[in-house]
Ligand binder design. Sequence first.
Ligand SMILES: C[S@@+](CC[C@H](N)C(=O)[O-])C[C@H]1O[C@@H](n2cnc3c(N)ncnc32)[C@H](O)[C@@H]1O
Length: 246
Amino acid sequence: MGESAHDGIDRVPLRPGKQGLGSPFLLDWCEPVQNLSVLDLGCGEGYFARNLKRRGARSIQGMDLSSEMIERAREEESRERLGIDYRTGNATELKCFEDSSFDRVVAIFLFNYLSCEQTQTAMEEVIRVLKPGGCFIFAVPHPNLPFSRLQEPPFFFSPGEAGYFSGRDKLFEGEIYRRDGVSVPVRCVHKTLSDYFRCLRDAGFRVMPDLEELCVTPEMLAKDPEFFGPLTDEPLHLAFRVEKNR
Ligand SMILES: C[S@@+](CC[C@H](N)C(=O)[O-])C[C@H]1O[C@@H](n2cnc3c(N)ncnc32)[C@H](O)[C@@H]1O
């Protein structure tokens, strides 16, 4: 069943508290979630939403632009009833949600699909729907990855002739390989590190964000050296966690 790129490098278990790739780290970063309300923007087929619900979130709203993804998420919901509500929608238009409705908003690998302008619009909506003191957690491909990585498995983007600055807002196609060797096409509308900070600031976030550069850990390397070896010492993902002013 379609479990997206989380079947690959994102789903490798990590020791708590260790910087590393993917979902376990990001799920921990959403804690505490017990009895909290969560909006998962660009939820895909709901992998992250399901895991937050299993960790005790009170209510989860998943939203994705793709009706196909929402259909798949609902199929999962009918297989395992967790009480997650999924709807089709654009992360830049959250009018269906009232101000200060959510304790957490998460966007896992959403902004690589959005331009700088769309990212800022989405963040303006995020801060509006977050409760004061609520947290916004998001992950994106590391902005340097398309330029530092070789164009080969298990993970790369192709910037073509574009450079780090000249490539802003340009679409880079890429591939991410699952550990079973199957590749999944991925894309990234390139943004610089400053773009993410500017979007957050201009959207109204005033508190310094937590920032982690996710990379392959020694534990992951020991677990599957063939798969993770080529990624060693590469900055792969960036994770942000920022609080709305109380
Ligand atoms: C790489 S997938 C990540 C899915 C999920 N968050 C995960 O980590 O498995 C990105 C998702 O963002 C969705 N997406 C792209 N643009 C969007 C937008 N403007 N609003 C909402 N979702 C969007 C895509 O349909 C896709 O399902």
